[in-house]
Write a protein that binds this ligand. Structure first.
Ligand code: AHR
Length: 348
């Protein structure tokens, strides 16, 4: 298997080229679509990557799934998607919740190996530190599927495929919107609410955003983790507001932290979405409502409904079929107008 860092760069380059409408799709492992930031004519409806998938019959098989925790609305929707798809597939699902602790997630994986499950899937809390336990799974002949988040490793063959979003592209989409929104500004003071330190979405969303906003007029004056939680976003934003008198924009790595920031901004006597603009990632219902209400200005979608695709992959792997080593989730972006349109049908 190709080194993940190399693979990530290739996938990002491909998907970003699609955004710009210039690239041929050669070598892509799956479809990826996007809309141009701020393009109100773009379709508001989100793509559900699992909607067209026929969930296979996996009765008689056991799947161990080690979840990150329940830190956000996104995670809750992701857990529900996996559990309901597993039920529909008839697979025996051993589901564990690591509550944000890598040690606990490693322990779950180790137990899955000891229990001799047929397949393991997990969403790694952080990128590194998985080699030992994944080597144990590989030695035991248990296939591993990464969902949502990737790992960084020099070791070959630790997992069969990685199903999830292109987080770098998400950061780039957020950055593109900011570049257009502040096209006429001389200087933009940005504060960033980062996701969990060391996690793939935090690292990649930061990277993509910076790549697009390379112009020195965009200044990230403060950046700190809010751990993907609403409380974290609120606390960090309170500190930012105390330390900085001029904040033009909040870039929150997820909706929950953006929603926490809104509370802090309102408590400080400012109007979120007007005095301080806000761009977030996820597009969960609460985030979309805040976008429709004008408190958030733009959301980049990160789709959590991975359950049907995961069951489909598991069925193929268990049947000995080849699966692509990278499967990128189909995602879009939302303006305030698009959020109003999409909200009535929003599933999560
Ligand atoms: O890994 C996906 C990220 O994890 C989501 O964007 C965030 O809300 C969640 O906690």
């Amino acid at each position: 298997m190709e080194n993940y860092a190399v693979l990530k760069r290739k996938v990002t380059a491909f998907a970003f080229a699609l955004t710009l409408g210039t690239a041929a799709a050669a070598g892509a492992t799956s479809a990826s679509s996007s809309t141009t930031p701020g393009d109100d004519s773009a379709p508001a409806a989100t793509a559900d990557p699992g909607a067209a998938i026929e969930i296979p019959d996996l009765s008689g098989y056991t799947m161990g799934f080690a979840q990150v925790g329940a830190e956000s609305g996104w995670r809750t929707a992701n857990t529900q998607s996996i559990q309901s798809a597993a039920e529909e597939a008839g697979v025996e699902l051993i589901f564990t919740d690591a509550q944000g602790e890598q040690e606990s997630q490693v322990e779950s994986l180790r137990q899955f190996v000891e229990q001799g499950v047929d397949i393991i899937a997990f969403s790694p809390i952080v990128e590194t530190g998985w080699d030992a336990v994944l080597v144990e799974a590989r030695d035991a002949g248990i296939p591993v599927v990464l969902t949502d988040r990737a790992i960084e490793s020099e070791e070959e063959g630790l997992y069969v495929t990685f199903l999830g979003s292109d987080f770098v592209l998400e950061g780039e989409k957020a950055g593109q919107w900011v570049a257009e929104e502040f096209a006429d500004a001389d200087h933009v003071n940005i504060v960033e609410l980062e996701g969990t330190t060391g996690s793939a979405p935090a690292l990649d969303r930061a990277e993509g955003f910076r790549t697009v906003l390379a112009d020195e007029k965009f200044e990230i004056i403060a950046s700190q983790t809010g751990d993907f939680t609403r409380e974290g976003g609120k606390e960090v934003m309170e500190a930012f507001l105390q330390a900085h008198s001029e904040i033009d924009l909040v870039y929150a790595h997820n909706d929950d932290m953006g929603l926490g920031a809104i509370e802090a901004i309102e408590a400080a006597g400012f109007v979120p979405g007007e005095d301080i603009k806000i761009v977030t990632v996820d597009a969960v219902r609460d985030g979309m409502q805040a976008l429709a209400d004008g408190k958030i200005n733009f959301i980049v979608e990160c789709n959590p409904l991975l359950g049907p695709q995961l069951m489909d992959i598991a069925g193929k792997v268990l049947a000995g079929e080849e699966v692509p080593e990278r499967i990128v989730t189909i995602e879009t972006t939302f303006t305030q107008e698009q959020a109003v349109e999409a909200l009535p049908d929003r599933q999560y």
